[in-house]
Design a binder for this molecule. Structure first.
Ligand code: PLP
Length: 389
């Protein structure tokens, strides 16, 4: 029986296990010393001063939108080629959602489409409050021109970097917030590093940090600067000053995250090795391999190939089925979000973003993770080469 090869999975060491067990043997399972330590470690790694760890990237995106004041009647724009959570975050806040079509090479949101859409929106008086670029597959969007547009049109930027911890743009770590207000990472097990479930929001703005910290835990502050009444008149040294959530990360998760973060560069290097081998051993096939922007170093969360609709002799479906028959858990990232029944109910039509539609009909994500064995990758390569011959 050959074992199944997924498209992505975690890479857990004995150090990770020991770190989690240490917390289980300690006094605090949650809200202890490890969460702040993990936050500091992520902030240091990203070269940004503040980070707020939460129970998922979805929660991080939610409090990031909330902290930037996204509300009823506002617009948030994001890419259609993303996980639904990017768009859902806007709806959690009562805002309206719109999508900017993708670039045909990077599969990130297209700068041309964004520029064009903003000019039109300005005329119609419906400019977005937030634009959320998604660093698809771990490759940074071209952030500098997006930032320049934000200055011109007055929108805020949240980078959905769920795929992208360990990646770089213009030589700086993704997460440094040079061209954005907030950057969000996911620690779901298929992502670059994991906490089981978890996410984090990184920012260089102390007020946004304080606000997100409050929203993580019910809207409660323990900082006298933010209290509404004189704290000395109260027995308890905390006050709820707005409505928030329970999005806290546990110390158990943070310990795993802290241990995993030590290997983030090693993980990304290994992913690059896997990518290089695919690049060379699939180069003769009539498929499109992922293009790399010289301004960025991808963290290679995904390795999406495209089987062109015409000319390869095979279809996306055919390749997908053949891989699955051989125990290879190839996957599709993603169905354009607006094609989901829930979003179609909001009025989005099939075909809304033509480039995203084309991508969706051709793409397949091959297995890509640091724990992928050479022999397993060899099987994937061999199956593909046989299929196309
Ligand atoms: C995984 C993912 C999320 C959500 O992450 P969770 O930690 O599972 O909530 C959001 N956006 C993108 C692009 C993702 O890939």
């Amino acid at each position: 029986m050959i074992s199944k090869i997924p498209y992505g999975r975690q890479d857990i060491s004995q150090y990770d296990i020991d770190a989690v067990v240490d917390v289980l043997n300690s006094n605090w399972l949650t809200q202890g010393p490890v969460v702040p330590r993990f936050e500091q470690a992520v902030a240091n790694y990203c070269q940004a001063p503040f980070s707020i760890a939460v129970n998922s990237a979805t929660s991080a995106l939610h409090i990031a939108c909330h902290a930037l004041g996204l509300g009823l009647g506002d617009w948030l724009w994001t890419s259609p080629i993303t996980f639904v959570a990017s768009a859902n975050a806007a709806l959690f806040c009562g805002a309206k959602i719109d999508f900017v079509d993708i670039d045909s090479k990077t599969y990130n949101l297209s700068l041309d489409c964004l520029t064009h859409k903003l000019a039109l929106a300005e005329k119609e008086g419906r400019l977005p409050k937030i634009v959320m670029p998604v660093h698809f597959a771990g490759q940074s969007c071209d952030m500098e021109p997006i930032y320049n547009l934000s200055v011109k049109y007055g929108f805020r930027i949240i980078e959905d970097a769920s795929h992208a911890i360990g990646g770089f743009y213009q030589g700086n770590p993704i997460g440094c917030c040079k061209y954005s207000d907030i950057v969000v990472f996911s620690f779901h097990p298929v992502k670059i590093i994991t906490t089981g479930e978890g996410g984090i929001a990184v920012t260089k703005d102390s007020l946004l940090a304080e606000k997100m910290r409050r929203l993580r835990t019910h809207g409660i502050t323990t900082s006298p600067d933010f209290m509404r009444r004189q704290p000395e008149t109260e027995i308890w040294n905390y006050q709820q000053i707005e409505i928030g959530f329970n999005f806290r990360m546990t110390d158990i998760q943070a310990a795993l995250g802290e241990s995993q973060l030590r290997r983030v560069d090693e993980f990304v290097s290994r992913r690059h090795e896997v990518a290089l081998r695919y690049n060379s051993e699939l180069s003769k096939l009539p498929i499109t391999l992922p293009w790399q922007d010289p301004k960025a170093r991808s963290s290679y969360h995904l390795y999406p190939i495209r089987i062109p609709l015409q000319g390869s002799g095979l279809t996306q479906r055919g390749v997908y089925d053949s891989l699955h028959r051989e125990g290879i858990g190839a996957n599709l990232h993603y169905i354009p979000v607006y094609r989901q029944p829930f979003y179609q109910d909001m009025g989005f039509q099939i075909g809304y973003c033509p480039e995203a539609e084309k991508y969706f009909k051709e793409a397949i994500s091959l297995p890509m993770y640091s724990a992928l064995k050479n022999e397993q990758q060899g099987r994937v390569i061999q199956i593909l080469n046989t299929l196309f011959n």
